[in-house]
Write a protein that binds this ligand. Structure first.
Ligand code: ADE
Ligand code: ZN
Length: 330
């Protein structure tokens, strides 16, 4: 189909990708062996097939369980380098020209991996891609909402020495019993440091979580946000305030946020006048990178050419690039 071909080959930005979610089982097992931590994957028989079999999720938590298990194989800066390089190879093939990448700060710190290892490894791979093929990038530290807010605050305090390479913070993890306002202190500190602020909200959680992400955390973008369709006045607020949504259709489908791709509310969100972008979230787990998310929506929602080009252009409009670089045709 022509539109799928077009979307696949046009330069684009990816704004919602967790680097740990790009850890394919083959690399996970290789890193487990090299770090002598094969036991962390023993409940999956340390096999690629068993790992992939476990990627049959019933909700966000069932995914997070496997995702947090698997990322334990990441120990050294070189592990994060290899992981990021592998993702960027796919991104290059899929014509991703600009990426805004998340990593899970507090989770790694809690399991004894220093932020310096995480950041140095990711950053080296990003800088190589920048030098070799002109990628532009931003790096954002996600705070895990199921961990204590003090650990989030502690991680934001530790950003200081890495400030040149950290452009913002996000909020991810188990959404439902953990409303955004618990993390107001961490977000206030981040904002005072000049960091960009985004948050996952309205993925599994209800519309009020989107309101508090906006009004208490003062985020500039909402990650997912698909449940905003349930609240017309919230849609209006997102439109008037020009708050983009980073939507991840394959993720929403695989985590049963939507019953089927055909029932994904992307058109309602676009028709409400919102700045919607398409992204992969955790491509190793959800069966596709960014272009597969475009082709899924083109096929299942019958998007037209204007809608597809709009999504591609929005990926730059919604980015944290300098305003004069937020252009599809640069
Ligand atoms: N961490 C990685 N992917 C996530 C998602 N889709 N929602 C919440 N936390 C996440
Ligand atoms: Zn996410």
């Amino acid at each position: 189909k022509f539109l799928t071909f077009l979307a696949a080959n046009v330069p684009k930005a990816e704004l919602h990708i967790h680097i740990e979610g790009a850890l394919e089982p083959e690399l996970a097992l290789k890193l487990a062996a090299r770090n002598n931590v094969t036991e962390v994957l023993s409940k999956y028989d340390s096999s690629v097939a068993k790992l992939r079999e476990s990627y049959n999720f019933s909700d966000l938590q069932s995914f997070l369980n496997v995702y947090y298990d698997t990322m334990q194989v990441l120990r050294t800066a070189d592990d994060f380098f290899c992981l990021t390089r592998a993702y960027l190879e796919q991104a290059r093939i899929q014509h991703v020209r600009h990426v805004e990448l998340f990593f899970d700060g507090p989770f790694h710190v809690r399991r004894g991996v220093r932020l310096s290892s995480v950041i140095d490894g990711i950053r080296s791979a990003l800088e190589n891609a920048e030098a070799e093929w002109g990628l532009s990038w931003r790096l954002l530290m996600c705070l895990q909402r199921e961990l204590p807010p003090e650990e989030a605050l502690h991680c934001v305090r530790q950003i200081g020495p890495y400030r040149p390479w950290i452009h913002g913070i996000g909020l991810d993890g188990a959404e439902k019993p953990n409303p955004p306002e618990r993390f107001a202190d961490a977000f206030n500190l981040a904002r005072s440091m000049g960091l960009h602020c985004v948050a996952h909200a309205g993925e599994e959680g209800p519309p009020p979580y989107i309101y508090t992400a906006l009004n208490v955390l003062h985020v500039e973008r909402i990650d997912h946000g698909v449940r905003a369709v349930e609240d017309p006045s919230l849609l209006e607020m997102l439109r008037v305030r020009l708050v983009p949504l980073t939507v991840c259709p394959l993720s929403n489908w695989r985590l049963r946020v939507v019953e089927s791709l055909a029932q994904h509310p992307i058109k309602e969100l676009m028709d409400a006048g919102l700045c919607v972008t398409l992204n992969s979230d955790d491509p190793a787990y959800f069966g596709g990178y960014i272009n597969e998310n475009f082709s899924a929506m083109i096929h299942e929602k019958h998007l037209n050419c204007t809608q597809v080009l709009g999504l591609l252009e929005n990926s730059f409009v919604a980015s944290f690039l300098e305003p004069n670089q937020r252009n599809l045709f640069l």
